[in-house]
Ligand binder design. Structure first.
Ligand code: PHE
Length: 357
């Protein structure tokens, strides 16, 4: 029977086309060509009506078998192709976990903050506590109560930034300020110590970190704004030996156990006696080199026994209490510790200072 043979041929041809389809799209095209509304098999089925009633059942059965065979083959090929497509996609999108990661640079505390924290840690370890005060300060706390006479050169408008000058009348008139109500940017953190002594009775063990301002032109060893850490101890029977022992300990903690401290007589209005402290040069170890300008020593701080005149301003009994104070510039300590030749380098945003030390 011709039509059955045609159906067989159609099945062979369609099965071959299905297995030859290499993609889901190609497979769908084959499906449409044979099983779609205008497909070849559909055309055969449509022709059934024209057959004689005797022929119809056999042809109908045969064409249903062909349809089923094609649909089964179609599904099988579809499953094959879609799992191949999935595998290809997985392979293409795979993450190679063995590739090295992209390193993102991490920020960290600025060197000045790191050194300040180290210094603070040393004194916290000795039982000091932190005291803070205003950066815009009264002349009284910055100078007067620290025993600076009215004519002291540090009070000159060429040395100190004045914010408001009541005694000289108009701001910016250029006249030398003299009145106690003058407002200025503090030139050291010593005024914080006066404020604490005013409020608190001894024993006092405090450390005063903070920003200070001086009318200096920035150069390798000066900054018009820098970070200071000062300390104050007031208690019964405090002697210069306590000051010396404390600062010896501090020098070794910050610079290393092999470094030594040296005390040189000096003058400060608010301490008597006063000294400047040097640390032995870390490069030549005292022999003298370019870094220490041939002296073997590097100056790091000022200190002394609190002058009884200061106690008079804050109402502490100088017969009962004695004490010492010291003050240092953090930028200078950082520069000495890391052999930085110019303080300005600390502030220029050079990435080498921002990476971890
Ligand atoms: N206040 C001084 C300065 O800024 C430092 C200092 C503090 C000196 C305490 C002696 C005692 O230079």
């Amino acid at each position: 029977m011709g039509i059955i043979d045609d159906l067989d041929a159609l099945q062979v041809e369609a099965l071959a086309a299905l297995s030859a389809a290499e993609s889901l799209d190609a497979l769908d095209a084959v499906r449409v060509a044979y099983l779609g509304k205008k497909g070849s098999l559909t055309a055969v089925l449509r022709g059934l009506g024209a057959l004689s009633p005797e022929e119809r059942p056999a042809v109908g059965k045969a064409s249903n078998e062909v349809r089923q065979a094609l649909e089964t083959a179609l599904e099988a090929r579809r499953a094959e192709l879609s799992s191949a497509a999935l595998e290809a996609r997985v392979a293409a999108e795979a993450v190679d976990v063995t590739l090295p990661a992209r390193v993102r640079p991490l920020g960290h505390r600025h060197l000045i903050q790191q050194i300040a924290a180290q210094i603070i840690d040393v004194f916290i370890g000795l039982g000091y506590r932190i005291a803070e005060g205003p950066e815009v300060e009264l002349d009284y706390y910055n100078f007067t109560a620290l025993n600076h006479p009215p004519e002291h050169p540090a009070r000159a408008a060429t040395d100190t930034f004045y914010v408001r000058d009541l005694s000289a009348g108009e701001a910016g008139s250029g006249a030398a300020p003299t009145g106690e109500s003058d407002v200025l940017l503090r030139t050291h953190t010593s005024p914080v110590q006066v404020r604490v002594m005013e409020r608190q009775k001894p024993p006092i063990y405090i450390l005063c970190p903070g920003t200070v301002y001086r009318r200096d032109i920035a150069d390798p060893s000066h900054l018009p704004q820098f970070t200071q850490i000062e300390g104050l101890v007031v208690d019964e029977s405090i002697t210069f030996a306590d000051l010396k022992g404390t600062l010896d300990h501090f020098v070794r903690e910050i610079f290393g156990p092999d470094r030594r401290a040296r005390f040189r007589p000096h003058f400060f209005p608010f301490t008597e006696p006063s000294a400047e402290v040097d640390v032995s040069c870390g490069i030549c170890h005292g022999a003298g080199c370019r870094f220490c300008k041939g002296t073997g020593w590097l100056e790091i701080l000022g200190c002394g026994m609190v002058d009884p005149d200061v106690y008079a301003y804050v109402g502490i009994d100088p017969e009962r209490y004695t004490g010492f104070a010291f003050g240092m510039g953090v930028e200078r300590i950082a520069a000495l510790k890391y052999n930085i030749p110019d303080l300005r380098m600390l502030l220029e945003g050079d990435m080498r200072f921002l990476r971890q030390f």
